[in-house]
Every structure is written in C-alpha cells, then in structure tokens.
Design a protein around this ligand. Structure first.
Ligand SMILES: Cc1cc2nc3c(=O)[nH]c(=O)nc-3n(C[C@H](O)[C@H](O)[C@H](O)COP(=O)(O)OP(=O)(O)OC[C@H]3O[C@@H](n4cnc5c(N)ncnc54)[C@H](O)[C@@H]3O)c2cc1C
Length: 495
C-alpha cells in the first residue's frame, strides 16, 4: 500500500519586520507552509523606509556590520538567499566608519575615529591614549576572544554555548573601572552599547563586545533603501512558496489545552497552524493571549521588563552647493566628567534621489517626557501644537550639530518623528527603539524570551538575542533551532 504523503508542517508568523521575514524565509526553506501576517498595509516594520517628496528616508537601517565574504551577516544573507540583490557599499576604505566628536571632552581627545578591523581599532585606541596601552590590551584580549566565538556562531552551534559568557555578565563600566581606565578611554569604548540603548553601567561585557565586534568586522551601507530590502525579502519568501497577509493585525493567538491552534485576525478571520512565531514585542504578545493561556508569573515577568528608550529623528534636504556627502557616520557625544556617555546625536549626510541635494538624517534620544501630552493620540491626529514642538526640537538638534558639520543654510525639513510615531508604526511599547533592554539587571528575566509554556508558540524579533538587522536575524535562527530541535537545526541550517 503506498504511504500517504507526510502533511507539511504549518506556521504563522506575526509581524513582517526583519525578524518576521527572516524567520518565515528560514521556515519556508525548511519546507514549512508559512504565512506572515502584518498589521500595516506595507510590510517591513522598522526596516522599511518611508518616502517624503520622492526621497527615501530610512528608519531602522543606517548601516550594517559583518557583511564581507564569510562574515556572519553575509552568511545569514547568503542563507536567506538575498545577498545578490542588495547593492551594498563598503564603508571605511579611505575614511573611518564612525567619527566620534566629544563635545565636552575634559581629559580625552575631542575626536576619535572608529576604523574597520580589530587590529586597527587597537592601534587607534593606543594612539589616542598612549598612557593606557596595558588596559587597552586587556580589553582587546577579551574583545578578540568574544569576536572569534561570535564569528563561529558558538552560541548557536556549540552544545555548551554559555560557558564562556557566564563569566562576562559584569557591567562594561565595572570592568573598565576595575582596571582604572581614564574617563576619556571609557567614553570611547562605551559609545556602541549606549547607542543601542544600554548604558555602560548596565551593559553586560559580553553583549557590548558582541555589538562592537559586529561593526569592527566590516561596515556597509545599503545603496538602495530599506523599502528595497523589504521588497527583496518579500520576493524571496514568495518564491519559496511563503505567503504574506498585510493590513490585518493579529487580534488573538488561539490556544486550546496548552497547544497553539492558530490566530484570529482583527476582521474575525481565523487562521490555523500548528506553530505560531510572534516576531513582535513580548509585551504585545501578552495582549494577544487570554488570561488563562499563560501563568500569572510569566505575565508579570514579561510586563515588568524594562525597555530601551525611543528615538527622535529628523530628515532634511541640504543643497549640495554648501556641503559634501560624508562617507562615514558622525556621532556627537556628550559625556559626564567621569566619562559616562549621557547624550548621543547620530548624523548621516548622504546622496539622495533629489538632484542637487543631500539627505541629512539625525537621530537622538527620544526625550519621552516632551511627548507625554500626546501619548493618548494616534499618528496623524496629534494637532498643531505637536507639529510646532517637533519642528522646534528638530531645529534645535540641527543647530547642535552645525559646529561639527558647518551651518545648514536653505535646509528643507522632510520629516520629524518621535517615539510616538515608532510606537504607532510598529506597535512597540512606548515607542522603544531597540525593544527589551539587555541589561545586567534583567539578565535572567530577559533570557530565553523565544520560549513559552504554550506548545507551538514561539517568539522572535529583536528581543530574542539582540537588536539590529544582524542581532534580529540571529534571534530568528535561535528561535527556529528551538522549534525544530538542535539535531535537525545542525543538519539543515549550515551557515
Ligand atoms: C531609529 C533606528 C535606527 C536603527 N538603525 C539601525 C541600523 O543602522 N542598523 C541596524 O542593523 N539596525 C538598526 N536599527 C535596529 C533595527 O532596525 C531593528 O532591530 C529591527 O528592524 C527590528 O526588527 P523586528 O522584526 O524585531 O521588529 P519590527 O521592525 O518592529 O517589526 C515588527 C512588525 O510587527 C508588526 N506587528 C506588531 N503587532 C502586530 C500584530 N498584532 N499583528 C500583526 N503585525 C503586528 C509591526 O507592524 C511591525 O511591522 C535601528 C532601529 C531604530 C529604531
């Protein structure tokens, strides 16, 4: 008697950011019948750029690390099958990748250039802080060891991945303080983790070194736009037989007797599947579950997680006749006298679609208190006062960077967004930019967020391993490893 064909495994993925799309592509590659559900009409979440007066403005995609042949993100992109379609531009050839300006440097240099490569980074640190060669070597030793672990993806493939990391859960700041680093050196080293929302006194050493290493491996800009990258991911998913439903939010995750049955959309339509991957913030997942679906202790743990802050952003057109495109990122950094980084402004000045103009993009902390009066309003309905305040804060921010880049005459504002805009666009609690804060204080409560006690329900997205395109894809891989088990993962997912 012929065997009946084995039914295909089924999965629904909630959210079409890089977390949802990468999870879905991996599942489709493994043979799952997979459908992504996105509440917005356009897919992509924070990866998607928006268009103002014909110019693409990126939200969550300014630069990428580790994309050289054989490097981690490149191996991920190759596995996803998208590398060839992404026009990438290597940064740092004849210029730094990042240039830090310390606006109130007291006992350190007022400028530091972040190069490509760990050796070059060490040389730059030693040149800038010649009296601190020994502590720099100590830090570099740790950075090199962690970078090698990271490059080999030991946390995914090593059966005992945590052994090395457990020793490195002390905060970066404590590590630097213990060895007597000067305030200037501490500021330089700590910028990358502050930039992804974790202050140095709360950032686990292993997490900091992972973020820093990912950009030291190599750094890249996408020559097209975030929307183009989303198109490429979407096409890849469809070509593998995956499906995408947009314009409908998941309203409920359906669970019976501790097992996922599927989801119900906001129009009441039920979709069934044996697996649901929620590539959205864990606190939003709680809203989609009935009280009896998970234990009160799980609910309390997730609801109590501290998130990273939101961001305030400005996009503006600058006439080319007064300025040249800048091939590197600029960070304007304010520090306290002991070297703690307490304010960062990120700047890019790049060519854009409008002839004769450059696109200026600025990002800084969200200053949530300013937008508090509008927290109960929705995007597009916040009124004149909100618009006026946004413009005023935008112009203040522009004036703050002018001493570094020169004055911006005849600048045209294209768009200004606040944490409330991000909150409404991607359903991120309070507009948090980088999701759950991976701090020392909540190492345990934020660990293994991809697992739930409900059979068939998994979480993915930037909250699982780390934010950023690389961190989020690694989160997708970690979740899928848990879904299919380590044996099948090791066999079928060779990066
Ligand atoms: C200002 C800013 C700049 C950044 N710059 C960089 C950078 O230069 N390089 C880099 O690598 N990373 C950068 N990042 C980080 C990176 O963009 C994010 O880590 C990543 O995009 C997060 O992806 P995600 O899939 O986890 O979440 P999201 O992109 O937020 O996707 C979640 C999706 O789920 C949808 N959704 C939510 N609820 C539901 C529901 N109930 N039903 C259906 N759909 C739902 C949302 O609409 C959204 O589309 C930046 C982030 C920010 C905020």
């Amino acid at each position: 008697m012929p065997h009946a064909a084995k039914p295909r495994e089924t999965a629904l993925v909630i959210g079409s950011g890089i977390g949802g799309l990468s999870s879905a592509i991996i599942l489709a590659t493994l043979g799952f019948d997979v459908t992504v559900i996105e509440r917005n009409v356009q897919p992509g979440g924070m990866l998607r750029s928006f268009v103002r007066r014909g110019v693409h403005c990126n939200v969550g995609l300014h630069y990428l690390g580790a994309l050289d042949q054989g490097q981690i993100l490149r191996r991920c992109f190759d596995f996803l099958g998208i590398t060839d379609q992404l026009p990438l531009e290597r940064m740092g050839r004849n210029a730094p990748v990042d240039r830090y300006y310390f606006t109130n440097a007291i006992n350190g240099p007022d400028q530091f250039d972040m190069p490509v490569g760990l050796d070059a980074y060490e040389t730059h640190l030693m040149d800038a802080f010649p009296a601190e060669k020994k502590p720099i070597s100590t830090f570099m030793e740790q950075l090199r060891a962690n970078a090698a672990d990271f490059h080999h993806l030991n946390f995914l493939y090593d059966p005992r991945p945590m052994a090395n990391l457990i020793e490195q859960t002390e905060p970066l700041w404590a590590f630097l303080d213990r060895a007597g680093y000067s305030p200037g050196l501490k500021s330089v080293i700590s910028v990358p983790s502050v930039w992804i929302g974790v202050p140095a006194d709360q950032c686990p050493l292993f997490y900091h070194t992972m973020i820093l290493a990912s950009y030291l491996f190599s750094a890249w800009r996408l020559q097209s736009s975030g929307a183009h990258m989303v198109d490429v991911l979407q096409q890849r998913l469809l070509s593998l037989g995956g499906k995408l439903v947009t314009g409908h939010a998941v309203q409920r995750i359906d669970i019976r007797k501790g097992q996922v049955q599927g989801v119900t959309l906001d129009n009441g339509e039920p979709l069934s599947a044996a697996n649901v991957v929620a590539a959205i913030h864990p606190k939003i997942v709680l809203n989609l579950l009935a009280p009896e679906d998970v234990k009160p202790s799980y609910r309390r743990r997730i609801a109590g997680l501290k998130d990273t802050d939101g961001m305030f952003s400005v996009h503006a057109l600058v006439p080319r006749n007064g300025h040249q495109a800048i091939p590197h990122n600029i960070f304007s950094v304010r520090t306290t006298p002991n070297g703690a980084v307490d304010d960062v402004i990120y700047l890019q000045l790049r060519p854009c679609e409008r002839p004769g103009y450059l696109l200026l993009s600025l990002l800084t902390s969200g200053q949530e208190a300013l937008w508090q009066p509008w927290q109960h309003t929705r995007s597009g309905q916040r009124g004149e006062d909100y618009q006026r305040l946004k413009q005023a804060v935008a112009h203040r921010l522009i004036r703050q960077v002018e001493p570094i880049t020169g004055p911006y005459h005849k600048l045209e504002l294209l768009d200004v967004y606040t944490p409330l805009s991000i909150r409404d666009w991607v359903n991120s609690p309070n507009g948090s930019a980088y999701g759950v804060m991976r701090s020392c204080r909540q190492l345990l409560s934020a660990a293994v967020l991809n697992r739930t006690a409900v059979q068939g329900l998994y979480l993915a997205g930037q909250n699982i391993v780390a934010p950023g395109v690389l961190g989020t894809i690694l989160g997708s891989l970690a979740t899928i490893k848990f879904m299919i088990g380590p044996d099948r993962f090791n066999q079928e997912i060779q990066l």
